[in-house]
Design a protein around this ligand. Structure first.
Ligand code: ADP
Ligand code: MG
Length: 687
């Protein structure tokens, strides 16, 4: 005997669409292709755009190259074939009393099945000619009479994403009917958080949160958000233009609350499991370290260190993201943090994304730490320094490495702290793998890509954030220029001048080898540039070189025997050669702004003024415009925000984007206030 399903508990919205009237096997397959399985899925199917069919243009009012909606009656139609019948064009001519409009479809002969003489048709598209008025491949919808016309006509009509064989009109009617039937079953997802007593405008029951002013949401802006049921109605059938955004924001808020609850739950679970290892230290290593460092820490570095020390002493292991623009001195802060753990007799691991950077950290930390009696070890794919001997195991160790640290059998007794440099080059999984090598060690992840707040609160929501917002004094300026590639000869002679003054330069290309896509390749340009810049010595650095070769050229560049380094963006992270003051980036249009800013961070590290020259193809006007942001500002935050707007979040996240939440209504570029609000509401949901 089968047990009857407990429908009492199951929401009617979970009902499979195939059980609904009008959905046969064919429609079911089409809806499935759109990812729509249940009533709820259907009600959340977001229109891709809207068409205001109350105020459409007359055909005479259409303008060239401007997308618009119009309507008219078919007065002629037909298919022309040419090239022996292989090519065709199907055309309809509409008349609305003001003018005629030709609509054409190339090589889609079946289009003729959808239209008949005398049909009334809505048309949306961009006229590509006005003599005669013509739109090629417009979106169309035949107006049918009858009761249903109020759903499709004389209103702001939703235009949905479709799949082959599924008519817009059918889907709209289907959603209308389903909404009518199920609207009363739509409940608030967070009834305790959102007051349901107002049928239309749910007013949030916001308490006085104990928040820092930066994170306090702008509550006033949310008082008038509709209930979830209303929002879903407005999403499909808005009464006014403004409804569309209200609906989106209300549904996005629900998404963000779920997301924030997940984040907070993970954090809570973690804190319940993990006991902390107090690592405050006693300053016996930090003091002499700071004394020999050769500079005093900036105010921002000191403030951040205080935040780190508090974490390291806390009852839960530290989980902190340290962000600071390129050159802001994160390494020194990381060193002090490491020393806190080492002072407390714990071992420390530091992971960097490239061998070059790991090697550079190894050199620096050896110089800093060995005089203090701390062993510094290096472990990369190709290199492993002397194995930690068990003989003097009372000596604390800092192990520096690449992802080889995760893959190898590297295991560390008393691992108290894990530091990850340039963490956006790693995925979340890699980070956690390294952490798991110890028993809940403290975690410090560092990044030079400033993270816009929206991403910080979602993707990095589990981490506390510290920011170094100040550069050490006495840095030369970086001047940035965007130039088209026809100016290259001038650029090279400028570089020759600077080389003659003793400076060094980087020249960056997007590719290692020529792939025939019009992008310059570092191996191909080498001979060319060697000739142009002779007699100055130039070196080559890219990811396909063997480690020993990379090390050789980096050493020569540090020693200033190699004067110009031709490289791929491999040098983006970490490389620190203060005498290198010029950077030329070819095919700069290929890179995101944040990445260019990172690359540019390789210069401006000494007292001399630095020059960054971004070369973009002469024809790519648009790209050159985009790059101007870098001419205007050196503020990593502004650049990251601009990048987020221009290219979306993926670019900024690097490896992390696999962890991106799937948002249907949320928009990580614009929704800072919503995200802040969701965070507060989610926090309240636990009490
Ligand atoms: P990033 O934050 O990009 O990792 P680094 O830690 O590599 O920056 O620091 C860049 C340079 O600035 C290094 O040469 C470092 O020694 C120097 N530096 C760091 N902190 C200070 C400071 N407080 N005063 C002067 N120079 C500093
Ligand atoms: Mg660094």
């Amino acid at each position: 005997m089968s047990v009857p399903p407990s429908n009492a508990l199951e929401s009617p919205l979970a009902r499979p669409l195939k059980e609904l009237r009008g959905v046969g096997t064919e429609r079911e397959a089409q809806l499935t292709r759109l990812g729509l399985h249940t009533v709820e899925d259907l009600l959340l199917h977001r229109p891709r755009r809207y068409e205001d069919r109350r105020h459409f243009r007359t055909i005479a009012e259409l303008t060239l190259d401007e997308a618009a909606t119009t309507r008219g009656t078919i007065v002629a139609l037909g298919t022309k074939r040419f090239r022996g019948g292989h090519k065709s064009v199907f055309e309809i001519i509409l008349d609305d009393g003001t003018a005629r409009l030709h609509c054409r479809w190339w090589n889609l002969p079946f289009m003729q099945n959808y239209f008949a003489m005398g049909d009334e048709v809505f048309v949306f598209g961009k006229p590509n000619s006005l003599k005669p008025r013509t739109i090629d491949h417009p979106e169309t919808e035949v107006i049918e009479g009858g009761e249903e016309s109020s759903i499709h006509v004389n209103r702001i009509a939703p235009i949905y994403p479709l799949t082959e064989g599924l008519p817009q009109r059918w889907l709209r009617s289907f959603i209308w009917r389903t909404l009518e039937q199920y609207e009363n079953d739509i409940v608030e997802l967070w009834p305790k958080l959102l007051n349901e007593s107002h049928a239309v405008a749910a007013t949030f029951r916001l308490r006085d949160y104990a928040l820092t002013s930066k994170d306090r949401p702008d509550v006033q802006g949310f008082r008038e958000l509709p209930s979830r049921a209303n929002a879903i109605h407005m999403l499909h059938f808005p009464e006014a233009e403004g409804d569309i955004d209200l609906a989106r924001r209300r549904l996005a808020l629900d998404e963000y609350i779920s997301l924030q609850r997940e984040i907070q739950l993970r954090r809570k679970k973690f804190e319940a499991k993990a006991q902390s290892r107090p690592c405050v230290g006693d300053n016996h290593l930090i003091k002499p370290f700071l004394a020999q460092l050769g500079f005093s820490l900036t105010g921002a570095q000191t403030r951040v260190l205080r935040e780190l020390r508090k974490d390291m002493a806390g009852t839960h292991p530290m989980r902190r993201l340290l962000q600071g623009d390129v050159g802001s001195g994160k390494t020194a802060v990381a060193a002090c943090c490491a020393l806190m753990a080492l002072e407390s007799s714990y071992n420390v691991a530091l992971m960097a994304p490239t061998e070059i950077l790991a090697e550079q950290h190894y050199q620096n930390f050896k110089r800093w730490f060995e005089p203090l009696g701390i062993r510094v070890a290096l472990q990369t794919g190709n290199y492993k320094s002397s194995p930690p001997s068990t003989l003097n195991s009372q000596l604390s160790t800092l192990t520096i490495g690449t992802h080889a640290l995760i893959e190898s059998a590297f295991a560390m007794e008393r691992l108290g702290l894990v530091i990850i440099d340039e963490q956006h080059k790693f995925g979340v999984t890699q980070r956690e793998q390294l952490v798991r090598k110890g028993n809940y060690p403290h975690l410090l992840v560092m990044t030079a890509t400033p993270i816009p707040r929206t991403l910080g609160l979602t993707l990095y929501g589990e981490l506390d954030v510290s920011t170094i917002d100040e550069l050490p004094a006495g840095r030369g300026r970086i001047k940035t220029f965007v130039r088209s590639d026809d100016k290259l000869p001038k650029v090279w002679s400028f570089i020759r001048e600077k080389l003659a003054e003793g400076r060094q330069a980087y020249v960056v290309y997007p590719r290692v080898e020529d792939t025939g896509k019009g992008l310059k390749a570092v191996t191909k340009e080498f001979d060319n540039l060697e000739a142009i810049l002779a007699p100055y010595r130039i070196g080559l650095l890219h990811g396909r070189l063997k480690s020993a070769e990379k090390e050789l050229v980096m050493t020569a560049f540090r020693k200033n025997t190699v004067r110009v380094l031709l490289a791929t963006p491999l040098i983006e992270v970490g490389v620190d050669v203060p005498n290198a003051t010029i950077m030329v980036i070819e095919n700069a249009e290929q890179f995101g702004l944040a990445q260019l800013h990172q690359l540019r961070g390789r210069i401006g590290r000494g007292a001399h003024d630095s020059y960054c020259i971004l070369i973009a193809a002469a024809k790519s006007r648009e790209a050159q415009q985009r790059l101007k942001v870098l001419e205007e500002t050196n503020d990593g935050f502004r650049i990251a925000e601009a990048d987020l707007k221009l290219r979306g979040p993926g670019e900024l996240l690097g490896q992390q984007q696999s962890g991106m939440p799937k948002l249907r209504f949320g928009n990580l570029v614009d929704d800072l206030e919503l995200i802040k609000l969701a965070r507060q509401l989610a926090a309240e949901s636990w009490v």
